[in-house]
Design a protein around this ligand. Sequence first.
Ligand SMILES: Cc1cc2nc3c(=O)[nH]c(=O)nc-3n(C[C@H](O)[C@H](O)[C@H](O)COP(=O)(O)OP(=O)(O)OC[C@H]3O[C@@H](n4cnc5c(N)ncnc54)[C@H](O)[C@@H]3O)c2cc1C
Length: 379
Amino acid sequence: MSAPTRTDVLVLGGGAIGTATAFFLRLMHERSVTLLERELVGRQASGTNFGGVRRQGRTPQQMPIAHLALRTWSRVRELLGEDLEFRPYGHLRVCYSQERADVMAEYARDIRHAGLELTLLTPRQLKRHVGIFSDKVVMGSLSPEDGHANPRIAAPAFARAARRLGVELHEHTEVAHIERDGSGFLATCIDGRQWRSEQLVVCCGAWSSRLSEQFGEPAPLEFRAPSMAVTEPLPYRSGPMIAVNSGLIDEVMYFRQIERGNIVIGGGRRAEVDLDNARAHVNPDNILRQFRELQRLVPAFARVQLIRVWSGVESYLPDNKPVMGASARVDGLYYAFGFCGEGFAISPGVGEVMADLIARGRSDIDLSPYDIARFATAT
Ligand SMILES: Cc1cc2nc3c(=O)[nH]c(=O)nc-3n(C[C@H](O)[C@H](O)[C@H](O)COP(=O)(O)OP(=O)(O)OC[C@H]3O[C@@H](n4cnc5c(N)ncnc54)[C@H](O)[C@@H]3O)c2cc1C
């Protein structure tokens, strides 16, 4: 067997989180970085998601990282030299009941303290600004600077930019085993290749606990597949990403229109995941329900055709917060995974924060709520 390849930082997993972390490690810090990806970069959740880049709806705790991420999204073309189709056309939530309108108004009041300004809109204002909704809508809440982007091209673009900065990228490289090796780490792949590093970052999405448990830090991840659908192209009318906000899961539906005219739809009940084969099922009942909810909100879509459905493997934690930060047990080991259906939007912020933490030993954003140690009793 040949000697292990050496690198300062070894990043495992080439989704949105791993590629952004590798990119910022090279952009802002002097470290040699190697990124290992089991399949192709962006093949899993990061390439199959809805593409929502929203801050609205996030907790005050997560807002600093969401603001940081939005700053990168806003200049992503200049930073990466590629257009990720990020369009800051806003994120608009609407609801069908006064009870829900009260919840949305309370959120708007509270989240202002975390730096997010929302505009509440009456049905009349909604009609004037957006003009497509049924008259059952009671209120809207607009976050004007949020937007959406194309997930299919995002992680590969971050990976290409990282490579240009000197990151070594290996696709089709699955890490089976990680262990302590002196003051650093040794990672062994299923084909026997090995890397030795000073620091190690696990960004393997739904598969991360399979690696973190090798250091005695399993995380109680649950796996689900949000169902997505897309319609035939309609005349393009750029507008915000729109979501029905409801306490009833069967009312939840969101959509956005892409520049080619198609409407992408999501929301509602999630389907099963086959983790071993990295496959996500689609829930057909949920797709039909989403479509009915779309037509309920926008009656003019009554005759639109769906042309494709899909899903992706996402992992969730019981407290609905990701794991981000340093290992509680091993120096030089870091984690960023379990983004609970919301990781794409904040991925550039997570990458920047993780890069700071790894290279400087600290980050300007408080990561203590995301410490893996909160699951220590499960070990
Ligand atoms: C259908 C769907 C819709 C969503 N919609 C949104 C949305 O609108 N907005 C939003 O913000 N978020 C959304 N999300 C969530 C978001 O996509 C994820 O939170 C985010 O992409 C997670 O990125 P990641 O890099 O952690 O994981 P992943 O994209 O899963 O990447 C992990 C990578 O690690 C690799 N890997 C695994 N094990 C190994 C190993 N042993 N060795 C090497 N590599 C390995 C995998 O192949 C994979 O490429 C959605 C998710 C899904 C599935």
